[in-house]
Design a protein around this ligand. Structure first.
Ligand code: FBP
Length: 272
């Protein structure tokens, strides 16, 4: 617990992680609504907002980030979370799998990572392999005393073919994914928003004091997005990891200004 509360990726125990691994996960199509977001330095600049407690990057963009800081003498960039696995939309696979392409040692020793991120697809036929890979990542992160954030996204054949579940955002599926974060040793678990405060409560009831953050999802209005974040916090969540709802906006600053008191002070979105 101390590992994450003493980490720069949290403030008052909560986190706002700016996720920018979409070029890997979805491809440049995610940058089309706001073409300047394809330029990593534009998003790095957004990450300098006080509300942002970490920026989540793949290995290559993390190297780019550290170079950008050095070349421009920037000392107030967001703390760095290195996503050590990831997968593209291009491959044809029999089920979901996210290969590891950066070691924890490289992330910490060469990129000065403040935290490690790992995607887990429980429910895929490749779940067992990903558990083994997560074990290696989690144990290496413990050696360096850096927190691990698990992108816990249950999906694949095991979910699709189970009649008890309605899909990836079924509150029972989301809660199971969150519980796996606790069971497998994550310090923070990142989950899909299950559609309501009650859904997030179901997740919280399954994880004890484990830190939980909401995954942003596709872009919606400021009010709709703030309402989902506030519901997450009200149910005991610890913030969010958000990509498209920030970088697909022409000017993300007003939304970040509003998110800051909601996430870190527990204020109602009506008053911000
Ligand atoms: P968004 O806020 O844009 O949803 O980003 C969160 C995130 O987890 C990213 O880190 C990742 O690139 C993406 O969603 C993956 O989403 P999915 O696997 O559901 O397509």
């Amino acid at each position: 617990m101390n590992r994450v509360t003493h980490s720069p990726i949290t403030r008052n125990g909560n986190a706002l992680i700016l996720a920018y691994d979409h070029g890997t996960e979805h491809g440049p199509v995610d940058f089309e609504p706001m073409p300047k977001s394809a330029d990593p330095t534009h998003v790095f600049e957004v990450g300098r907002h006080d509300a942002v407690t970490a920026i989540a990057l793949q290995k290559g963009t993390a190297e780019y980030y550290r170079n950008w800081e050095t070349e421009h003498g920037i000392d107030d960039g967001a703390p760095l979370l290195v996503k050590v696995n990831g997968n593209s939309n291009l491959a044809k696979r029999d089920d979901y799998y996210s290969p590891t392409q950066c070691s924890v040692a490289y992330a910490v020793e060469h990129l000065d990572a403040d935290a490690i991120g790992f995607t887990m697809y429980a429910g895929s036929i490749h779940e067992d392999r990903m558990w083994t890979e997560f074990r290696e990542v989690q144990e290496a992160a413990r050696e360096y005393d850096v927190p691990v954030v698990m992108w816990s996204y249950p999906r694949g054949t095991g979910i699709q073919e189970n009649d008890d579940y309605t899909g990836q955002e079924d509150p029972a599926v989301v809660a199971y994914g969150a519980r796996l974060g606790l069971e497998l040793g994550a310090d923070v678990v990142k989950c899909k928003y299950p559609g309501s405060r009650e859904g997030w409560q179901q997740l919280e009831d399954a994880v004890g004091d484990l830190k939980t953050v909401m995954s942003g999802g596709s872009k919606r209005s400021d009010d709709a997005f703030l309402a989902d974040v506030a519901a997450t916090i009200a149910a005991g969540g610890n913030g969010l990891a958000v990509g498209r709802n920030i970088f697909q906006r022409e000017n993300p600053e007003p939304l970040l200004d509003k998110l800051e008191p909601v996430v870190f002070e527990g204020e109602s979105p009506d008053g911000v």
